[in-house]
Structure formats: structure tokens, C-alpha cells
Design a protein around this ligand. Structure first.
Ligand SMILES: CC(C)(COP(=O)(O)OP(=O)(O)OC[C@H]1O[C@@H](n2cnc3c(N)ncnc32)[C@H](O)[C@@H]1OP(=O)(O)O)[C@@H](O)C(=O)NCCC(=O)NCCS
Length: 158
């Protein structure tokens, strides 16, 4: 609870970050974690924008966006448990939204587990609205997902 959060930097991810990403991915998402191969392909995939949050040089969070030429999709966001609740998730998502605006995305979409109160709170505080529910979207466990959308059209915010 007392970890420092000074010296936070949000920066682009590189292949050098993959060992840290793999460790955090398993710790945060367990059986639903992306494989190392998927992570490696994802951070350099077409239209992708992946950032990490460092605290005093240590990578402690990551987030990614996919822009397909019209819409953007939040692919993932995660903060190392030791640093959750200290504003890093918000910083990373704000970076993704700024990128989505800069490339002209009309809307930003995402899915989130219906039982993920922290993430839902964060998304709603950034302006996302619930669109609908996808039944048994997450495996294992048949967990439902909310689909959420942030409309950037006519949005003059920075
Ligand atoms: C969701 C997650 C990325 C948020 O990251 P974070 O760095 O803790 O986020 P922040 O510190 O910026 O907090 C964002 C908001 O969520 C709130 N929040 C954090 N933990 C919370 C909790 N357990 N319950 C409710 N709200 C919570 C914070 O209060 C904050 O809101 P506020 O600014 O109004 O106080 C983080 O909890 C996480 O990595 N979870 C595991 C992976 C995951 O579920 N990712 C999302 C997949 S869709």
C-alpha cells in the first residue's frame, strides 16, 4: 500500500519488455493470459499502439489499442498488483485515448468482465458507456462481458 508512484513514465513498449509483459500477463489474467507468442505478435501488430508504465524505471503496467482505420479497440490494460489504485491505469488509458483521437478514430470500443468492478469504474470515469452484454465471452468460466463504447465524434477534448 505504500509503494511510491513518483517518477511515473508512460512510454511505447518494445520487444525488450516481453519478459516483464509475460510475467505480468500471467499474474493478472491467470488461465486467460495471452501466450508469449501472442504478446510478441500483438505489440508489433498492424494498427497497434502499446504503451507501458514505468515507476523508477521498472515496467509495472501495460495497455494496448488497435485502430482499424475507423474504430479503435482497447485490447488490454493491466497494472502490477503492487501499483494498482495509484492512477497508472488511468494514465495509460488516457495515452491510448489521445492516440485514438490523433489517428481520427470515431469511437473506442472494449469488452470487460461483468465482475471487474475496478476496470468498469475506470472506463466509466473516462466516459465509456455500456452498450450491451456478451454471454459467456470469457473462457474459462463462461464469464459474461460488457461491451463498452466511447464516442469521439464531435469530441473537442484534448
Ligand atoms: C483495471 C486495472 C488495469 C486498473 O489499473 P489501476 O492502475 O489500478 O487503475 P487506477 O489506479 O488508474 O484507478 C482507476 C480507477 O479505478 C478505481 N479502482 C481501482 N481499484 C478498484 C477496485 N478494486 N474497485 C473499484 N474501483 C477501483 C480507482 O479508484 C480509480 O478511480 P478513481 O480515480 O476515481 O479513484 C487494474 O485493476 C488491473 O490491472 N486489473 C487486472 C487486469 C484487468 O482486469 N484489466 C482490465 C481488463 S478489461
Amino acid at each position: 500500500m505504500s509503494a511510491a508512484v513518483d517518477d511515473v513514465v508512460v512510454r511505447a513498449l518494445t520487444a525488450d519488455d516481453l519478459p516483464d509483459l509475460e510475467r505480468m500477463e500471467v499474474a493478472l489474467f491467470g488461465a486467460a493470459a495471452w501466450s508469449p507468442e501472442s504478446l510478441a505478435a500483438e505489440i508489433v501488430g498492424p494498427g497497434r499502439w502499446y504503451v507501458g508504465a514505468t515507476v523508477q524505471g521498472e515496467l509495472v503496467g501495460y495497455a494496448g489499442l488497435w485502430f482499424d482505420g475507423y474504430d479503435a479497440q482497447v485490447m488490454t490494460v493491466g497494472t502490477d498488483e503492487r501499483f494498482q489504485g495509484r492512477g497508472l491505469g488511468r494514465r495509460m488509458l488516457e495515452n491510448l485515448l489521445a492516440h485514438a483521437r490523433s489517428v481520427g478514430a470515431a469511437v473506442v470500443l472494449l469488452e470487460v468482465r461483468v465482475d471487474n468492478d475496478a476496470a468498469i469504474h475506470l472506463y466509466e470515469s473516462l466516459g465509456f458507456e455500456r452498450l450491451g452484454k456478451r454471454r459467456a465471452y470469457y473462457q474459462p468460466g463462461n464469464i459474461d462481458a460488457w461491451t463498452m463504447r466511447l464516442d469521439l465524434r464531435g469530441d473537442g477534448a484534448a
